[in-house]
Ligand binder design. Structure first.
Ligand SMILES: Cc1cc2nc3c(=O)[nH]c(=O)nc-3n(C[C@H](O)[C@H](O)[C@H](O)COP(=O)(O)OP(=O)(O)OC[C@H]3O[C@@H](n4cnc5c(N)ncnc54)[C@H](O)[C@@H]3O)c2cc1C
Ligand SMILES: *[C@@H]1O[C@H](CO)[C@@H](O)[C@H](O)[C@H]1NC(C)=O
Ligand SMILES: *[C@@H]1O[C@H](CO)[C@@H](O)[C@H](O)[C@H]1NC(C)=O
Ligand SMILES: *[C@@H]1O[C@H](CO)[C@@H](O)[C@H](O)[C@H]1NC(C)=O
Ligand SMILES: *[C@@H]1O[C@H](CO)[C@@H](O)[C@H](O)[C@H]1NC(C)=O
Length: 541
């Protein structure tokens, strides 16, 4: 007795448990995990299948794998700290249609996402959200095809390609073609192009953003658009209006530029003792933006030595699109103070020069460009930027040296403007820092480990030096480079709350009057602010 009776009950419970668990994992159920719903939706919206083991990374699935993928391209280590918000999961598409599907599905399911190409964002906007919880990460690092077509002087580049990969693929096809892009070869094309993008060819050819022919993008409705379909307004906004405000770029069509078979590189380093009266640095400020367009000399200010016995170093890193002999003549005429000698100069090909700028040891094979890594490694850092329109007087320079000696900042990188940069109008693309700019300053402070005390000290000091520099740099607005994102300029609080007054302040810094046009375009193409982050272009309130 009693034996046969409970059985049906148990079966019934078992049945119900089974029924519910089955019910729960069906994609249409509201109780299915958001991750499953997302993946199932993406599957329905792509014609290319994808293995979950290499495309979906979640803490619950494999926490070490998840962290590995999250950390893979993250360049600023301070944003990997435990206390930083983490994406719920990472989706790493292997086909363009899966990016489009990701947007359609995120929109449908109300998921907020961040999109990452090369992971070099100064404020980690591509993989950390401070304003949306939860959020997911769409990592484009596997979309990195580069198709170079020498016949038409152009190339199509997917966003996950690094600058180094692009350079390598161009050089594979031609020794006399190049592209005016950045110095650090691990930077991703995806983010780089959206901010304008500068590098050592800028005085000759302008920015990367000045050399774009076409683009492929997915908009807030999940629609695939090219230049013709999107129209000139949106095409304008994408080439410098900052990342992830208007859509997700799937590929850029860029215009290749001619480079000579042989160009010349030099480094000349002076200590403060060797330039005691600051004649060289003062002359550099006056002429670096007025030299022939073929000559680009940037200046790195740092300090060497140990506590109590530090000295300032001023390194002049030059690139001349021509041979050594011609360069010597130009320097003797325009910048004899530097005392450049033949010995300081090395002739090389354009592709070798990209290794030099990228910091690779002399003699490295060009295949290192395919490693997608910088030899300089990753860093805990805080950085910001300024634009200089009048030479900084001796008194101003002394205050910078003092702070370098005190270890309050590690590096200032001064990039000369002029040349082609002055010939392009302020409104040609959203990047407005053109004629009248002598050079750009990058302020860079770093610390060695995940240590809150050094971090807050360095961040405080960067703010201090930024305020110290006010009299010597651009004003009304005090300009800044959008690809050197700085959230200390202000940020959107969350989706429903864009502080428009604050947005106008950082908007003017990055874009001057172009900000107004960017807002108009945003209002037209993404009025619901689907693409958003801490400093995305807001739609009109
Ligand atoms: C070490 C270092 C060196 C640098 N050197 C230079 C230099 O020489 N010249 C220069 O101009 N800049 C330089 N930068 C700045 C660099 O250009 C920017 O940080 C750029 O945004 C990085 O692009 P990314 O794809 O690597 O970054 P990510 O962090 O992946 O992206 C940056 C931003 O763009 C968005 N984004 C990424 N992919 C897409 C896409 N496909 N569509 C739409 N939005 C997208 C992201 O969401 C994020 O908001 C350097 C930065 C670092 C850290
Ligand atoms: C988790 O990922 C790591 C790689 O980071 C791998 O070595 C390990 O085998 C994975 N574990 C499981 C259970 O799949
Ligand atoms: C300071 O450094 C210089 C060279 O860099 C060296 O000659 C000198 O002895 C050092 N002085 C002290 C006090 O360490
Ligand atoms: C740049 O500005 C200066 C004055 O600041 C002007 O003389 C010059 O013509 C301008 N150059 C171009 C190309 O517009
Ligand atoms: C965002 O704004 C909404 C509405 O004003 C508010 O309820 C919410 O707390 C805000 N979230 C954050 C993170 O500030």
């Amino acid at each position: 007795m009693g034996i046969s009776k409970p059985l049906p009950t148990i079966s019934c419970i078992l049945f119900l448990v089974l029924y519910f668990s089955l019910y729960c994992i069906t994609p249409t159920s509201s109780s299915a995990s958001i991750q499953d719903q997302f993946i199932n939706c993406v599957k329905r919206n792509t014609h290319v299948s994808f293995p979950l083991e290499t495309t979906l990374f979640a803490p619950a699935k494999n926490v070490s794998m998840f962290s590995q993928v999250l950390e893979s391209t993250a360049q600023n280590l301070q944003f990997l700290a435990k206390s930083m918000p983490k994406p719920g999961f990472i989706f790493r598409p292997i086909h363009e249609s899966q990016v489009q599907a990701s947007i359609i599905c995120s929109k449908k399911l109300g998921i907020h996402f961040r999109v990452r190409s090369g992971g070099h964002d100064f404020e980690a906007l591509s993989y950390v959200s401070r304003i949306e919880k939860p959020f997911i990460l769409i990592d484009l690092s596997k979309l990195r095809q580069v198709d170079v077509d020498i016949k038409t002087n152009s190339a199509w580049v997917q966003p996950g390609a690094t600058l180094g990969e692009l350079y390598y693929r161009i050089a594979e096809k031609s020794k006399v073609h190049g592209f005016p892009a950045g110095l650090c070869t691990s930077v991703g094309i995806g983010g780089y192009m959206t901010g304008g993008g500068y590098g050592s060819l800028m005085r000759k050819y302008g920015l990367a953003g000045d050399n774009v022919l076409d683009v492929k993008m997915v908009d807030a409705n999940g629609k695939l658009l090219d230049r013709t379909a999107m129209g000139e307004d949106l095409f304008w906004a994408l080439r410098g209006g900052g990342g992830a405000s208007f859509g997700i770029v799937l590929a850029w069509k860029i215009k290749l530029v001619p480079v000579p078979k042989t160009l010349t590189i030099f480094t000349v380093t002076k200590t403060l003792k060797q330039d005691a009266r600051l004649k060289i640095i003062s002359k550099w400020q006056q002429i670096a933006s007025k030299l022939v367009d073929e000559l680009h000399i940037r200046l790195l200010l740092g300090a060497v030595g140990n506590n109590g016995n530090k000295t300032i170093t001023m390194s002049y890193l030059g690139q001349f699109l021509g041979e050594k002999g011609t360069l010597m003549k130009v320097m003797e005429k325009d910048f004899p103070e530097l005392g450049l000698t033949q010995k300081d100069c090395t002739e090389m090909s354009w592709i070798e020069s990209t290794l030099f700028h990228g910091g690779f040891p002399t003699g490295s094979p060009i295949e290192v460009l395919l490693q997608r890594k910088s030899p300089l490694g990753k860093d805990y850092f805080k950085a910001t930027s300024d634009f200089v329109k009048e030479p900084i007087p001796v008194l101003g320079l002394k205050g910078i040296f003092k702070r370098l000696i005190e270890g309050k900042i590690e590096l200032l990188n001064w990039t000369p403007y002029g040349g082609m940069m002055s010939k392009i109008s302020e409104s040609a693309i959203p990047f407005p820092h053109r004629n009248g700019t002598l050079f750009k300053i990058l302020y860079y402070a770093n610390w060695l480990e995940n240590d809150k005390t050094s971090m807050s000290r360095k961040i405080k000091w960067i703010k201090e030096i930024y305020s110290y520099m006010a009299p010597y740099v651009s004003s009304n607005p005090r300009q800044a480079y959008v690809n050197y994102r700085d959230l200390d300029f202000g940020q959107n609080e969350n989706n429903s709350k864009v502080n428009f007054i604050e947005a106008k302040i950082w908007g003017a810094k990055y874009f001057k009057d172009n900000f107004n046009r960017l807002v108009k375009i945003k209002t037209k193409v993404d009025p619901d602010n689907f693409f958003r982050h801490e400093q995305s272009i807001p739609p009109m309130p």
